[in-house]
Ligand binder design. Sequence first.
Ligand SMILES: [Zn+2]
Length: 128
Amino acid sequence: MTKLTKRQIVQIHEKCLNLVKRKPAEFFQFRKMNKYEGSCNWTDIEIDHRRELLSTAYHECVHYIYPNYSESMVKYIEKRLVNVCDPFEISYFLKLLANKLYKSEFQKYILKHKNLKNKFKNKTKKIT
Ligand SMILES: [Zn+2]
């Protein structure tokens, strides 16, 4: 497996930042998973919010950016990202990701409650 320099890791971090910036909120989802901490489906990135949030987010971003990289290579980059990158840069990544996740979960929340409201409306209609 090829080892990467700090400079290369910082460049990958830049790519992760750009990915979170350019993708719409729905691209990032929270989901409980049994076997995995996260998943990268090419249409979206899912993260189990009960697990290591930061590392999982980096892991899935790296899968998305480098689809040909092996699982062990992705794991190596994930570990290097959290070790090598500046905490300020990491916090910026987290901030952007949190914003997207919030918007994404908020949309789901609204939809869920809208459906509940409609169900209730329909029921009351049937009664009257
Ligand atoms: Zn993986």
